[in-house]
Design a protein. Sequence first.
Length: 135
Amino acid sequence: MKIPRSLLRQIHAHLEAGYPREACGVLLGKDRLVTEFVAAGNSQTDSPQNRYSIDPLFYRQIERDADRRGLALIGICHSHPDAAASPSKFDRDHAWPMLSYLIVTVRAGQACDSRSWLLREDDSGFTEEQVDILD
């Protein structure tokens, strides 16, 4: 995945603002290049400090708008407050194939580690993908 530094800053700011709860958003673009970030609210009511969900109607609206503009939904980002930037069992159980999952550790309100993951085809877990930050 490739992402401009300016977008990564926007993502970090949104995820930091959600601390100490998990915060989330959607990554749009083409060919593994992120060109837009759409902030989303965490609609998870059960354990929002360590789980997230995006409202299905909001998600669908983002997907339709992206399609109209010739973009694709290429990933989801979310924070792990005071925890490692690696997928949890909850993340795996709710992941979709072909999407990148950018997970950001937010420790004491500051983003400090960003890693991206792809769900394996057999749903057995994730493989870390390289993130190229573009200036």
